[in-house]
Design a protein around this ligand. Structure first.
Ligand code: KG4
Ligand code: ZN
Length: 362
């Protein structure tokens, strides 16, 4: 026996129903059901379709996770669930499921932040997080640079995208190139045979833009530049060199992401960089980050691709850290919060004052 907490994590913020089970810092299982195929023909995630798919997948995915890990629900010490940010209806399915499990089993429930979970997942891959760690989170919904003194309690946003998220740019450019949704993996694959010879813009990296947005990102101008370049080719009746455009676009994104992340490490005196989120699965980003971190004397941590995209293990990992550090559980009245700020790592229980206010509101 071990006294490390056994935690089941539920993730439903977007189109993946993720259920992971973690004991302390050890991943026992990461079960996923994805509705991505149902969204493909719309070229983006449709919230109602995602919510319904979560409802259908929730119980079977929990059962599959427990069976694979050889864990009975009654063995669990706690439940963690993504309470935000994400799609409201999708989050609600996870939050309601977690509360039901918590009540049924008589164990604490932690409503946790999706972004913090992307950081915490690396603990089950590479061990305890150095404190502080710099985290670069890049996915379809967010592109953030975070200073993380303590992943259970203290996350400080340094910068983020001012328009499109990095993954969103991959998805939109893929569309322009006639590649399927979600576009990231297809651009990644196409780029392997391409030459990096088109000089696409690097947003917010020079002059006053850089001064004002030192740690921020912008990918909308890049997306437009790629679009215009492709349209000009088509208008001239020429073939579009898909592989070259993919490689050159990917180079521009990874150049900016790694440049700013390393700058932040150097300026904030942080020796470790962690990269997470779906775009962290990108082959070129992983290679370039490794090269540049090696040169700068920074330790790079990137989880395996399957743990970079949304999953339940990341939520279970953060929940296990919460329990190990004795953080107070969320209670049962926390909401699904589609715009939960990253500074709220988990839902604090409502105190006596706010319970009183709620009772007498209206
Ligand atoms: O973290 P994630 O699964 O979901 C969100 O929270 O958004 O990230 C999904 C995003 C999509 O935009 C997808 O195109 C991108 O991650 N992505 C990639 C790769 N794999 C997934 N982008 C670039 N290269 C990849 N290999
Ligand atoms: Zn995510």
């Amino acid at each position: 026996m071990t006294d490390e907490p056994l935690v089941l994590g539920i993730e439903t913020s977007c189109d993946e129903t993720g259920v992971g089970i973690v004991r302390g810092e050890t991943l026992l299982v990461d079960a996923i059901a994805s509705s991505v195929d149902e969204h493909a023909r719309f070229g983006g995630v449709v919230p109602e379709v995602a919510s319904r798919a979560h409802l259908e997948a929730m119980v079977p995915t929990i059962e599959r996770a427990c069976a694979t890990a050889g864990v009975a629900l009654t063995d669990l010490d706690g439940i963690a669930v993504t309470s935000g940010p994400g799609l409201a209806g999708a989050l609600m399915v996870g939050v309601a499921s977690a509360k039901a499990l918590g009540i049924g089993l008589g164990v604490p429930v932690y409503g946790v932040n999706h972004l913090a979970s992307h950081v915490a997942v690396d603990i089950v891959e590479h061990g305890p997080l150095p404190e502080p760690t710099m985290a670069l989170l890049v996915s379809g919904g967010h592109s953030s640079l975070l200073l993380v003194p303590d992943v259970t309690d203290d996350i400080r946003p340094l910068g983020s995208t001012i328009d499109d998220a990095a993954g969103e740019a991959f998805d939109k450019v893929a569309r322009v190139l006639g590649l399927p949704f979600p576009g990231g993996p297809h651009i990644d694959r196409a780029a392997r045979d391409g030459a990096i010879e088109i000089d696409f813009p690097r947003g917010l990296t020079s002059g006053r833009d850089m001064e004002r947005h030192r740690y921020d990102f912008s990918f909308s101008g890049l997306k437009t530049a790629v679009s215009r370049w492709v349209q000009a080719r088509q208008a001239a009746g020429e073939d579009v060199p898909v592989a070259d455009v993919a490689a050159s676009f990917q180079e521009a994104v990874t150049d900016v992401l790694t440049r700013k992340a390393i700058l932040a490490c150097q300026e904030q005196g942080v020796g470790h960089l962690q990269i997470g989120g779906g775009v962290a699965a990108n082959t070129r980003l992983r290679a370039m980050a490794q090269e540049r971190c090696d040169r700068a004397g920074i330790q790079l941590r990137v989880p395996r691709p399957g743990l970079c995209t949304d999953n339940g293990a990341m939520v279970a990992s953060l929940g296990a850290q919460m329990m190990a550090k004795g953080r107070v559980p969320s209670g049962l009245d926390f909401p699904a919060d589609s715009s939960m700020p990253v500074t709220d790592v988990h839902n604090e229980p409502a105190g006596p004052a706010s319970a009183h206010d709620a009772l007498h509101a209206g």
